[in-house]
Design a protein around this ligand. Structure first.
Ligand SMILES: C[S@@+](CC[C@H](N)C(=O)[O-])C[C@H]1O[C@@H](n2cnc3c(N)ncnc32)[C@H](O)[C@@H]1O
Length: 296
């Protein structure tokens, strides 16, 4: 419900700093001076929705009120970039299929289980695209396959679980995939039940990951177009968390504009023919099949 009352003055430099720093501390999302105008507009929208007439009162609500955590969720939803679509950066999914999956097929053969994580999955298109690639590869028939999608935004997760998409999500999906993995209905294009069965979605703040034993030992993490919005410290923290959740030999795939080449991390760099990816070193054994690899 919208109320009339909202701050009728501009946000001061101090108010911007206070709210911006709180958002960064809790979510990793960083807003520089150049984004101040948009930031202020979003915060003002929240103030209007809540009937709060000063930015300081809004800050207090976020910081000390019992409803502060829930309100931060609302604010992230307005502030975070959630742009995504099926088969975004398809060259990477091709490299995943042709150069990563054959390695995992051998290394995980005794387990016959593969867990892939889409960290910062937004509305789910990335997780479903990964599931499609796993199924299309035909390599894992009879295996226990799981794709976990996690995000900070409850709204995004609700949409991901629903699995009903509009045309804009399909800008990079070919007809064959559409026919095989989706069902057209009046309310939109639905992911097939088979895909839905492979993908599981849950809330997770990457900056404050909890170590849950049920969510460890992952084979691959896709964390794409998420870290670019973080400050350096949060990025480091998240990379450490992702590393710890991968099994030795597990892979990390980032977005095309993101790279670890200038970061100090425990990951090793793997130069595939079709992409550069990262790997938690396999300390137990050398991989039976190794793609072309150079030190970073
Ligand atoms: C631009 S989307 C990327 C979606 C998908 N990975 C892709 O590349 O198409 C970024 C997502 O990261 C999520 N995000 C931002 N900060 C996060 C955090 N601290 N923890 C978890 N997810 C976060 C946002 O809610 C948003 O859905």
């Amino acid at each position: 419900m919208m109320h009339d009352s909202a701050p009728d003055t501009s946000m001061t430099a101090e108010e911007f700093r206070l709210i911006r720093d709180l958002v960064r501390e809790r979510s990793g999302l960083h807003f520089g001076e150049e984004t101040r105008y948009v930031f202020e507009r979003r915060v003002r929208e929240r103030c209007a929705a809540l009937g709060i007439s000063t930015f300081v009162d809004y800050y207090r609500l976020l910081r000390v009120d019992a409803k502060g955590e829930a309100e931060l969720q609302e604010l992230y939803d307005l502030l975070a970039t959630k742009e995504t679509y099926f088969f975004r950066e398809e060259y990477q999914l091709a490299a995943f299929r042709e150069e990563v999956l054959p390695v995992l097929l051998q290394e995980a053969a005794s387990r016959r289980r593969l867990s892939v994580w889409s960290a910062g999955c937004s509305t789910g298109e990335e997780a479903y695209s990964i599931a499609i690639v796993l199924v299309e590869s035909g390599m894992f028939d009879g295996w226990a396959l799981r794709v976990h999608g996690t995000d900070l935004s409850r709204r995004c997760l609700a949409a991901a679980r629903k699995g009903i998409y509009a045309e804009t999500s399909f800008r990079a999906t070919n007809e064959e995939r559409r026919r095989r993995f989706f069902v057209e209905r009046e309310d939109g294009t639905h992911v097939s039940e088979m895909l839905r069965g492979l993908c599981h979605f849950g809330l997770m703040n990457l900056v404050h990951m909890q170590r849950s034993p049920s969510f460890m030992q992952l084979d691959v993490v896709f964390c794409k177009n998420v870290l670019i919005y973080f400050d350096a410290e949060s990025r480091k923290r998240v990379l450490n968390g992702l590393y710890d959740r991968l099994r030795p030999g597990g892979y990390l795939l980032l977005g095309h504009s993101e790279s670890l080449l200038n970061e100090t991390t425990r990951f090793e760099v793997v130069h595939l023919k079709g992409d550069v990816v990262y790997r938690r070193p396999n300390t137990r054994s050398s991989p039976p099949y190794q793609p072309r690899k150079r030190a970073g």
